[in-house]
Design a protein around this ligand. Structure first.
Ligand SMILES: Cc1cc2nc3c(=O)[nH]c(=O)nc-3n(C[C@H](O)[C@H](O)[C@H](O)COP(=O)(O)OP(=O)(O)OC[C@H]3O[C@@H](n4cnc5c(N)ncnc54)[C@H](O)[C@@H]3O)c2cc1C
Length: 247
């Protein structure tokens, strides 16, 4: 199998100066909602590749990726310069375990993300499987400033279409934002504010939790959830927490 296939940029949507969504047409890549592939660009004769989660569902085209420009980052500055019609390369095989086929059944499904970590959750939420297996689903997004809360229309649509079953909670850490909680997710797990804001039970008996994004948030949330008797899920030792660290 070729290491990369060539795709063509369809759209580069700018949410703000740092956050973008890249839409790409390319040959079929088989994946499950929640998985990622690699995007690559040739740099000095070599392919520079990084992992990105699919925002689209396995049945939707074009492929969509949600990313932030990392200052001094090797690839994201180059990705952000791409225009419609430009070439970008993709790994032809997807990977990743942040997928519902690896997550046990429960009454409640919690998805906790920082920043662009909502990407795999959008794909999962757009797929039917989540709604057939979990009664209540909570999407938690943590950002620094309110203008980093992207995909509002998509999230509002989930609220309308899944009324009574879907709750979205936002955390904004560096400013006061109407409707959003302040502070950090792990602390809000510990002090009960997250559960109260969602109005959904967060416990080992009732919930599965998916975590994605900043490794600090992921690690601290795993520790906070351990206080509620929850542990990482492994195939051989079932638990309640499935994680993906972006770096
Ligand atoms: C499984 C997986 C899936 C991923 N999916 C996505 C995705 O859907 N969207 C996305 O934006 N990123 C995603 N990432 C991160 C992505 O692969 C790159 O690391 C990121 O885009 C930075 O690439 P870069 O070459 O510009 O910077 P690099 O030169 O690779 O990184 C420089 C430094 O920036 C920090 N860093 C890396 N990623 C971020 C980030 N997102 N925010 C802040 N600091 C960061 C790290 O400390 C890193 O050492 C994913 C990573 C993994 C492992």
């Amino acid at each position: 199998m070729a290491k990369f296939i060539e795709g063509k940029v369809v759209e580069q949507h700018r949410w703000n100066e740092r956050l973008l969504s890249l839409s790409v047409e390319a040959d079929p890549i088989a994946f499950e909602a929640g998985q990622f592939t690699k995007l690559a660009l040739p740099v000095e004769g070599e392919m520079l590749a990084r992992a990105y989660s699919f925002v689209n569902t396995p049945h939707e085209r074009p492929y969509e990726f949600y990313y932030n420009i990392v200052p001094e980052g090797a690839l994201t500055l180059r990705l952000a310069r791409l225009q419609p019609g430009d070439a970008v390369w993709l790994a032809p095989a997807a990977a990743g375990f942040l997928v519902l086929s690896e997550v046990p059944d429960a009454r409640n499904l919690w998805m906790l993300a920082t920043g662009t970590g909502i990407a795999p959750f959008l794909s999962i939420l757009k797929s039917e499987t989540a709604w057939t297996r979990y009664s209540r689903i909570v999407l938690v997004e943590a950002v620094r400033q309110a203008q980093e809360l992207a995909y509002r229309d998509t999230i509002e649509q989930f609220k309308r279409e899944r009324a009574g079953r879907f709750t979205s909670v936002q955390f904004v850490s560096r400013e006061q934002a109407p409707g959003a909680l302040c502070g950090r997710v792990p602390q809000a797990i510990l002090d009960g504010r997250l559960e109260a804001a969602a109005g959904v039970e967060l416990s080992a008996a009732s919930s599965q939790v998916l975590l994605c994004g900043n490794p600090g948030m992921v690690t601290d949330s795993v520790h906070a959830l351990a206080q509620r008797g929850m542990k990482k899920h492994r195939r051989r030792s079932p638990g309640h927490i499935t994680v993906e660290n972006y770096w």
